[in-house]
Design a protein around this ligand. Structure first.
Ligand SMILES: [Zn+2]
Length: 87
C-alpha cells in the first residue's frame, strides 16, 4: 500500500519516485487551488498521460487545451511521506 506523500502541506496519494526524482501530475483545478505554493514546481509537458495525484482527486491531469500534461516536480527537501495509507 502506497503511503500518502505530503508536499508543502498538500497531500498526494499518487506519485512516482524514479531516476528523475519525485514527481506527480496535477489537474488544472488543483493547480489553481494551490497555485501560490506549487507554481514553481509545476511544468507543462507535451507528452504523457495521467490523473491528478492530489489525494481524493481523480481528474485528468491533461491540460484543458489538450497540449500536454501538468507535471509537478517535488523538491525532495520539502517532501514528507506520512504514515497514512493512500486509498
Ligand atoms: Zn486535482
Amino acid at each position: 500500500m502506497k503511503k500518502v506523500l505530503k508536499y508543502k502541506g498538500i497531500e498526494f496519494d499518487d506519485y512516482v519516485i524514479d531516476e528523475y526524482g519525485m514527481w506527480s501530475t496535477i489537474c488544472e483545478i488543483c493547480q489553481g487551488r494551490y497555485y501560490n505554493r506549487i507554481l514553481k514546481d509545476c511544468k507543462l509537458q507535451d507528452e504523457g498521460i495521467g490523473y491528478c495525484g492530489i489525494k481524493g482527486c481523480t481528474n485528468s491531469s491533461e491540460a484543458k487545451v489538450g497540449i500536454g500534461v501538468n507535471y509537478i516536480n517535488f523538491d525532495i527537501n520539502e517532501v514528507e511521506i506520512t504514515e497514512a495509507d493512500a486509498k
